[in-house]
Design a protein around this ligand. Structure first.
Ligand code: SF4
Ligand code: SF4
Length: 442
């Protein structure tokens, strides 16, 4: 196992780490298939309200490649098709009804899987709704099935510092995970499996598959950071990535021929320690979040997730809910308090030195101001970018300049926005630049 070193990034001492125990939630009344965590998809809806669906029935496909389907994670009735601005599909909601019935897809045998044709594999995964598990750099868009990626990066850890522990995700899934790895070898000549150093203790059964370990510094385990550290040739810029959980789902699906619906979630709150939760894919946010103070922000990643409301459902790629209290009250002379429990990326508060567990809230402690060239964003960026330079290029519509400063290496981790004392939404601005370049290429 090789070690990947990271000189930058952030190691927050946050309160609210989930407990390692696991609870199972009963089936919810509704599940949702959201497109809100799939930024580039152009969905074509294949069902209408009140249609009956089984587990595995296609709900929508991607107009850019209509063979790539997204399927129902439950048996029931399509109860709602929710649109956002300009009639963009947001979510399809299924009301569970009757006994769970699954569409039966083709299976693959462990004896012959190493000889199966790549085209067959791709067809099975597209029909079964699991092809979108593969994301392609640099945009992290759905992988192009016609490309042979130079590398596939499997990440054992999720996007948040408190994402589900891989040991909980892969419990009872070692056969499916190993089968998934054999599938990857049909798709790419190089497979990289990376894990946080701190997760290795509980991954004994998987250690011989893990090729790289990364330090416990956010976001060292992000596949974009791993790619940045490993790539040596231009063709590697269009490598693919997949999470360990999705890889096990693929293994499960190809072994059984049924769409796997079980997912592992974590819910974090500063003053609480909740167990890992096993529930159905697309479970309601309300069901997972439980009760909490009215005025709170719920996100699917504290640095880089999307804000969700209680009536929505978890997305295909989302496994964490952070409940962050809203705290609009300004503290009088707050900047001269020692700040033992205040998080800080710039060592402003005593918590940075004492390493005390800090509690996040939504208070920005000030308004957006002009960039003061302090350099904090560059000091923290895990892929050695200077986000302030790139931001200025993006704001002046000079995408060529932004690209030359490394825009496409940005893994949208959110750290630069978090560290900026001028409260500039750098990640959002850089993300706009990446999306503008993506549109330009179409
Ligand atoms: S530019 Fe910002 S969002 Fe992008 S990788 Fe660097 S710190 Fe993360
Ligand atoms: S952290 Fe903010 S203020 Fe400082 S250089 Fe970066 S963009 Fe400018």
């Amino acid at each position: 196992m090789e070690e990947i070193k990271l000189a930058k990034g952030f190691k927050p001492a946050l309160a609210g780490k989930p407990d390692q125990s696991v609870i199972h939630l009963p089936d919810p009344e509704t599940v949702g298939v959201s497109v809100m965590d799939m930024p580039y998809i152009r969905p074509k809806i294949l069902v209408k309200e009140n249609d009956p669906v089984k587990t595995g029935t296609p709900l929508f496909c991607d107009k850019r490649n209509q063979r790539i389907q997204y399927v129902s994670p439950a048996t029931g009735i399509v109860s709602q098709i929710i649109f956002g601005e300009r009639r963009h599909l947001k979510e399809i909601v299924i009301r569970l009804k009757g006994k769970n019935e699954c569409i039966q897809f083709e299976t693959l045998s462990p004896d012959t899987v190493d000889k199966v044709q790549k085209a067959t594999l791709i067809r099975l995964l597209q029909e079964g709704g699991l092809w979108p598990c593969f994301r392609q750099f640099p945009f992290k868009d759905t992988a192009d099935p016609d490309l042979e990626p130079a590398m596939i990066i499997v990440s054992m850890n999720g996007n948040d510092p408190f994402s589900p522990h891989p040991a909980a995700v892969l419990e009872h899934e070692s056969r499916a995970f190993e089968f998934g790895i054999r599938i990857l070898h049909q798709l790419s000549p190089r497979i990289v499996i990376s894990s946080r150093q701190s997760s290795l203790d509980r991954l004994n059964g998987f250690k011989n598959h893990i090729t790289h370990n990364v330090p416990d510094v956010y976001p060292a385990w992000d596949p974009g950071v791993v790619l940045y550290k490993l790539k040596t040739a231009i063709k590697e810029n269009s490598s693919w990535c997949i999470s360990a959980e999705h890889l096990a789902l693929i293994g499960n699906f190809l072994l059984t021929g049924t769409y796997p619906v079980k997912r592992v979630f974590t819910v974090t709150r500063s003053n609480d320690q909740k167990p890992h939760i096993i529930a159905r894919q697309g479970s309601p946010v309300k069901l997972l979040a439980g009760s909490f103070p009215d005025k709170s922000l719920i996100t699917t990643g504290r640095f880089n997730g999307r804000p969700v409301d209680l009536d929505s459902h978890m997305g295909f790629f989302e496994t964490t809910l952070n409940i962050i209290p809203d705290n609009p009250k300004e503290e009088l002379f707050g900047f001269i308090t020692p700040g033992i429990s205040k998080p800080s990326a710039s060592r402003t508060f005593l918590s940075s030195f004492l390493k005390t567990r800090t509690q996040q809230d939504c208070n920005l402690h000030g308004e957006e101001r002009a960039c003061v060239n302090c350099g904090y964003c560059a000091k923290i960026c895990p892929v050695d970018l200077d986000p302030s330079f790139i931001m200025k290029a993006v704001l002046s519509d000079d995408i060529e300049d932004a690209l030359s400063f490394g825009l496409l290496d940005c893994c949208r981790c959110g750290l630069c926005s978090y560290a900026c004392p001028s409260k500039i939404e750098l990640t959002h601005l850089l993300s706009n630049g990446i999306n503008a370049y993506y549109k330009d290429k179409q």
